[in-house]
Ligand binder design. Structure first.
Ligand code: ADP
Length: 503
């Protein structure tokens, strides 16, 4: 008998898709929860103007097909042996497309894009901040989808909206996978700034405020549940799509954080510290946002909703990519670790990673990145080290905000995401937090969470607890006695100088 409960050998696999900011990946898991095949493709980033970032939706779709087919081939299985597909995506990034031709009207506007900051400032000035926070749990910021949808609709005023569909990346890919199902899940919808956090439905007042017609928006469905089946012509089999989650929520699910007191921190393009808050919407008074963790229909036919508190830091691993691709100080992201270790300290250099403004706890769309404290003795190694230290300081600020919002302080940080590979960063993180930082053997928790959710929803696996418990710890970074916390105050001084930079 399978320890994890599946007894159907003919349907022995789960396919999971993680369509992230920097790239798209597909993993095939067997009934024991082990990876048997995978594929990855980096995604092109378009920067049409400073502060703007776009993705090509056609490339996302083509690469999705390629990674699915390649992962299945690498697993040496037939597509008909796949019991279910789980989909997780970069959140907030959105687009509109023509439902007759299937062609996007414009490239997708990525979550980091700041082009709608003026509209957000206008909404703040008009006094909408409290109402929007009350309805959505979110702070007005160009990060969320609503103002991006408005920008896109303003650009195509002559288009017949009866022919237009709108959605986040999950919706776009689901529509293509199924040949026309237009839906999303509550975790992704909660990031649009158009979903009411209490009713879990599109909020009529906000649709009115942003002038977004309800008929172009997808139907919101439970995160775990049947969304449809893949078009048989794509993979040669109709695979049920049984889970859709935002990437941070998928990682939360993968870590087993399903109740109050449990949280995780993902270090990807940005860093995201997310804490499950049970079936209650917890409001932080320290600039954290309230959001949906995931939802599932229960046997009574009503919706079980899990909520979360989140500290979103827009730029972390992306700075490492910038050091690699733009400054060319490193050849690979991994090289940043060796470089940081070559110097005994930061040489007095401090970095503020405000490439896309600052998220939690500042929420300043006008902040921009900066190095401070540069003297003639500064070497490239100091710059690289300062960037890594800044990633850790951002997380320290959010942990302090979580501690201020709760009666029990955070005692341990569980991590994942591309930049958690960096041992210097993880040790420095433990040192400044003064608590252990725990890294699991399996780092791709996002894709794993999507697989767990899809497999559980379809009854492929029976026990969430058993799935989560098999995740082994690879390393625990214990805080050192020599905590370099005095530098944190200097870093905060640097942050203050970057605020409101772009007037
Ligand atoms: P996303 O899901 O946002 O696309 P990932 O979790 O795939 O992000 O992580 C990719 C990010 O991790 C990139 O921004 C990359 O620069 C960073 N990264 C990868 N390896 C390392 C490393 N060893 N040290 C620091 N950053 C790294």
């Amino acid at each position: 008998m399978h320890t994890l409960g599946n007894t159907t050998p003919s349907l022995g696999y789960i396919l999971a898709l993680d369509l992230g900011t920097t790239g798209n990946r597909a993993f095939v898991f067997n009934a024991d929860g082990k990876i048997v095949g995978q594929a990855y493709k980096e995604l092109t980033q378009y920067y049409p103007q400073p502060g703007w970032l776009e993705h090509d939706p056609q490339q996302i779709w083509q690469d999705t097909c390629w990674v699915m087919q390649t992962a299945i081939r690498n697993a040496h299985i037939v597509p008909s042996a796949i019991a279910a597909l789980g989909l997780t995506v970069q959140r907030e990034t959105c687009l509109i497309w023509d439902k007759t031709t299937g062609k996007p009207l414009h490239r997708a506007i990525v979550w980091q894009d700041r082009r709608t900051a003026p509209l957000c400032h206008q909404l703040q000035e008009q006094g909408y901040a409290n109402e929007i926070y009350d309805r959505t749990g979110l702070i007005i910021d160009a990060y969320f989808s609503a103002t991006k949808f408005r920008w896109l609709l303003d650009k195509f005023t002559d288009v017949d909206l009866n022919n237009v569909l709108a959605g986040t990346i999950d919706t776009w890919v689901l529509w293509n996978l199924t040949g026309g199902i237009h839906a999303t899940d509550h975790s992704n919808a909660s990031r649009t700034m158009l979903m009411n956090l209490k009713t879990c439905e599109w909020d009529e007042n906000l649709l009115e405020l942003f002038q977004i017609p309800a008929h172009i928006l997808p139907q919101i469905q439970p995160s775990l549940g049947v969304f449809g089946v893949t078009d048989a012509t794509l993979l040669g089999a109709e695979i049920p799509i049984t889970a859709i989650l935002g990437d941070q929520q998928a990682a939360l699910f993968g870590h087993g954080c399903d109740r109050p007191g449990l949280m995780k921190c993902t270090y990807g393009t940005g860093s995201f510290l997310v804490a499950h808050t049970g079936d209650q919407i917890v409001r932080s008074h320290h600039q954290l946002i309230s959001t949906v963790a995931w939802t599932q229909a229960n046997l009574r036919g009503t919706l079980d909703v899990g909520y979360a508190l989140e500290g979103s830091m827009f730029t972390s691993g992306a700075c490492i990519q910038w050091l690699r691709d733009r400054l060319k100080l490193i050849k690979t992201a991994a090289e940043s670790e060796a470089m940081a270790n070559q110097v005994k300290d930061n040489g007095g250099v401090y970095f503020v990673p405000a490439f896309s403004g600052l998220g939690a706890p500042y929420w300043d769309m006008s902040a921009r990145g900066a190095f401070f404290g540069i003297t003639a003795s500064v070497q490239p190694e100091h710059l690289v080290r300062a960037v890594l230290e800044a990633i850790a300081y951002q997380v320290l600020e959010v942990v302090q905000a979580i501690n201020a919002s709760s009666s029990t302080p955070v005692g341990r940080l569980t991590v994942d995401g591309g930049a958690c590979e960096n041992n210097f960063l993880m040790q420095f993180q433990a040192d400044v937090l003064g608590i252990p930082v725990e890294r699991k053997v399996m780092r791709d928790t996002t894709v794993q969470g999507a697989a767990f959710a899809a497999g559980l929803a379809v009854g492929f696996w029976q026990s969430y607890e058993a799935l989560v418990q098999q995740r082994q710890i690879e390393r625990v970074f214990e805080p050192g006695s020599d905590t370099p916390l005095s530098n944190f105050a200097t870093w905060q001084k640097a942050v203050k100088r970057t605020l409101a930079w772009e007037e």
